[in-house]
Design a binder for this molecule. Structure first.
Ligand SMILES: [Zn+2]
Ligand SMILES: [Zn+2]
Length: 178
């Protein structure tokens, strides 16, 4: 992903760029994107520097951390880097990453910075929904979609315990009040 910097006058410029995730080196075995990555750049040129702000948007297919179903996840991230034309030492007071623009360059490749921003914005434990019930730890049934018999077996001992405590509960009820 290349920002155009030729003939950039002093002041603020906006550039919107789009690129497939694969060409940003983002497609991996466990990471797929359904749409191109879109980045809105705001470039502020001052003297021999360009402050480059980027708002990154992408849609990835992630795996729900509880039920393992595929979730379409909207990823949004932000980053700011400082592009400088001067070949001297990078300004030390800068809170942002500094990238030196080679003399005569017409554009700057920020693919790696965008890639990092996206990777940092991917949640560690995405959920398909807040109350995802996950998979049954015994049989692997997706409990959002159906129930399994394991659940009953887990509760059985408690119910049988209650039945021992009140063996005639169901019979006693009703007979006292006629
Ligand atoms: Zn889920
Ligand atoms: Zn089960």
């Amino acid at each position: 992903m290349h920002i155009r910097i030729t003939d950039l006058s002093k002041g603020i410029h906006r550039q919107f760029l789009q690129e497939p995730a694969s060409s940003l080196g983002l497609e991996e075995e466990n990471l797929h994107f359904t749409k191109p990555v879109g980045v809105q750049f705001t470039l502020q040129k001052v003297a021999d520097q360009i402050v480059c702000q980027a708002e990154v948007k992408a849609i990835a297919e992630l795996e729900c951390s509880r039920c393992l179903e595929t979730v379409e996840w909207e990823i949004s991230g932000e980053m700011t880097i400082l592009l400088t034309f001067s070949q001297g030492p990078a300004p030390e007071d800068s809170e942002h990453e500094v990238k030196i623009i080679p003399p005569g360059a017409k554009e700057v490749d920020v693919s790696e910075e965008i890639r990092q921003t996206i990777l940092l914005s991917i949640p560690e434990k995405p959920l398909c929904r807040e109350d995802c019930r996950g998979l049954c730890p015994h049989c692997g049934t997706n409990l959002n979609q159906s129930r399994c018999q394991c659940h009953m077996k887990v509760e059985d001992p408690r119910w049988s315990g209650l039945q021992k405590l009140f063996p005639n509960k169901s019979k006693g009820e009703g007979s006292g009040c006629s």
